[in-house]
Design a protein around this ligand. Structure first.
Ligand code: AMP
Length: 219
């Protein structure tokens, strides 16, 4: 855990940063550089007691779990895979909203395949969520772990189905896939290192409150 008087907030670039920027502004935090264009991974802010660390989305919970960051912003998809050990999840920021869904090629008879007890190959980044979803439905699957471009897997013959995030549905349509089952709604959450919140409450609590009121005003 950081012992100095600076609070470290872990963020990822892209969608989460874009949608977090207005909340940071409303909480009175202005990054000294734009993380989208800067190569620096530690970014100071206008507040001497707040700094940002820029990490990969799936690494945000790990930085916060081990106290390398006090706070972080991570999607529920990523938090579900991480498992949440050592983290408080006090606030749903309501940003980067989408759904985790099962999708198959347009012509694929998923219901028929399941009825026949077929074993399906499913490609995904989200092994835990997918495993639990299909187990609960009694569908036999072999999961194939991918790190990106899940939509390609059925087209290239790697998998029968995918589990991925769907926002507008444009990516699925462009690749002739259709969503057939929702696994969970997803949005970004503020996460806090449990030990840091106890030991450094005086620094962290006011930040939590600013985020809370920023979310209420933006809702
Ligand atoms: P869309 O075409 O709008 O349905 O977006 C789907 C693509 O964007 C997929 O590749 C998803 O993995 C990705 N995506 C959608 N929503 C999110 C989100 N909230 N966070 C991260 N990736 C997302």
């Amino acid at each position: 855990m950081n012992s100095d008087a600076t609070v470290t907030l872990a963020l990822s670039k892209g969608r989460i940063f874009d949608e977090t920027a207005p909340l940071l502004a409303a909480a009175g935090i202005a990054p000294a550089q734009n993380p989208e264009t800067s190569r620096e991974l530690i970014i100071a802010t206008n507040r001497p007691d707040v700094r940002l660390v820029i990490v990969r989305a799936s690494d945000v919970p790990t930085y916060v779990q081990y106290g390398a960051a006090d706070l972080g912003i991570a999607g529920k998809d990523v938090l579900y895979e991480h498992g949440g050990a050592g983290l408080y999840q006090p606030l749903d920021l309501g940003i980067a909203a989408c759904k985790m869904m099962v999708a198959v090629p347009e012509g694929f008879d998923y219901v028929g395949a399941v009825r026949q007890g077929a074993r399906l190959r499913v490609a995904t980044k989200y092994l835990r969520a997918a495993r639990e979803h299909f187990a609960a439905k009694g569908v036999h699957v072999d999961l194939i772990k991918l790190y990106g471009s899940m939509e390609l897997a059925p087209l290239a013959g790697l998998a029968d189905a995918i589990v991925d995030l769907v926002s507008t549905g444009n990516t699925l349509r462009a690749n002739r896939l259709r969503a057939i089952e929702e696994i969970m709604p997803v949005s970004a959450r503020l996460i806090v290192n449990q030990a840091a919140l106890k030991v450094r409450r005086a620094l962290i609590q006011p930040l939590l409150e600013s985020f809370e009121s920023a979310v209420t005003t933006h809702a």
